[in-house]
Design a protein around this ligand. Structure first.
Ligand code: FES
Length: 320
């Protein structure tokens, strides 16, 4: 995926669904049908501001059976680097945006005998679309949804109407928390586990599942977090013959894109491997923040995932 393959969309509706989350409905600008997707898919929204272009991934929460519009939920981040601020402050009904085609890196496992879904906060969004697929399937499912207080429970009315007995809510404000050990211990063989939400929740669920002997193939997670900040550094793009400055709050990928060089991407979160780039020279340390490269790959110092990783060096040369 690159910006050459984006779709022009228009904001058809905006609804504030919690104090921090807005719900956006997007329609194709030419009035046509949007591309098909499956539950768990995300789109990268390209936001062209006056000073900077942001590209943030958001899960599609609308039904995969309806392709006249896409729906996404955007949480306003306190530490926003600009993307969530742009979505919350700059967009109005009728605003134009570009989005990349949907990609699914968080698909339901077709062979699962049961699906166990755990959401924290804005992490509910991919499950809303997945539930549409689960209604039609043979395998049972459970959804455990944790939020800080009732006013922060986005899309609860929709969930209660559709999910009935399959939904269990947890409110931090009422000292309710998911008992991960007992929940994950007490599942039938063949259950697949899915978790989406804050990094701490995801890590806790994965660690608990692994400690209890769940196979990695049955543990699925999705985390959209901002690329880590770091020291500024310079990169030279050897094939493009371009020197690019990477400031502390901008990712290597964003800086390369701002210089007009396209790099393929899907997740922009260090998971898919699409942006993998060869390192030709580095006179310092590569700071790998991805979940894709193995320790052996990282030790070679020959490759980097620029969507989340950086360098602590004087000179980095990439094969771009
Ligand atoms: S775009 Fe997916 S790992 Fe970089």
């Amino acid at each position: 995926m690159s910006d050459a393959q984006t779709l022009d969309v228009v904001v058809a509706a905006i609804e504030q669904v919690t104090p921090l989350i807005k719900h956006f409905t997007l329609a194709r600008a030419d009035g046509g049908t949007l591309p098909a997707f499956s539950g768990g898919s995300h789109v990268v929204v390209v936001m062209r501001g006056a000073l900077r272009t942001h590209r943030n991934p958001y899960s599609l929460l609308s039904s995969p059976h309806r392709l006249d519009t896409y729906e996404i939920g955007v949480r306003r981040m306190e530490e926003s680097r600009g993307g969530s601020h742009f979505m919350h402050e700059k967009l109005q009904v009728g605003s134009r945006l570009e989005i990349a085609h949907p990609v699914n890196l968080f698909a339901l496992a077709k062979i699962a005998r049961k699906h166990l879904l755990i959401a924290g906060g804005i992490g509910i969004t991919p499950f809303l679309a997945q539930l549409e697929d689960l209604h039609d399937g043979a395998a049972p499912y459970e959804l455990h949804y944790s939020v800080r207080s009732p006013e922060h429970a986005a899309f609860l009315t929709r969930l209660r109407e559709r999910e009935g007995g399959w939904l269990r809510m947890y409110y931090d404000s009422e000292d309710q928390s998911i008992a991960f050990e007992s929940l994950l211990s007490d599942q039938p063989l063949g259950t697949h586990l899915y978790v989406c939400g804050p990094g701490g929740l995801i890590n806790r669920v994965i660690t608990t599942a692994q400690d209890l002997g769940w196979p990695d193939s049955h543990i699925h997670w999705e985390k959209f977090s901002a690329p880590p900040v770091g020291e500024a550094f310079e990169v030279f793009l050897a094939r493009s013959r371009l020197s690019v400055h990477v400031p502390p709050e901008q990712s290597l990928l964003e800086s390369i894109e701002a210089a007009g060089v396209e790099v393929p991407y899907l997740c922009r979160g260090g998971v898919c491997g699409f942006c993998q780039t060869s390192v030709l020279e580095v006179d310092g340390e590569l700071v790998h923040n991805d979940h894709f490269l193995s320790d052996a790959d990282k030790a070679t110092r020959k490759t980097i995932m620029p969507c989340v990783s950086r360098a602590r060096c004087k000179s980095l040369v990439l094969d771009l």
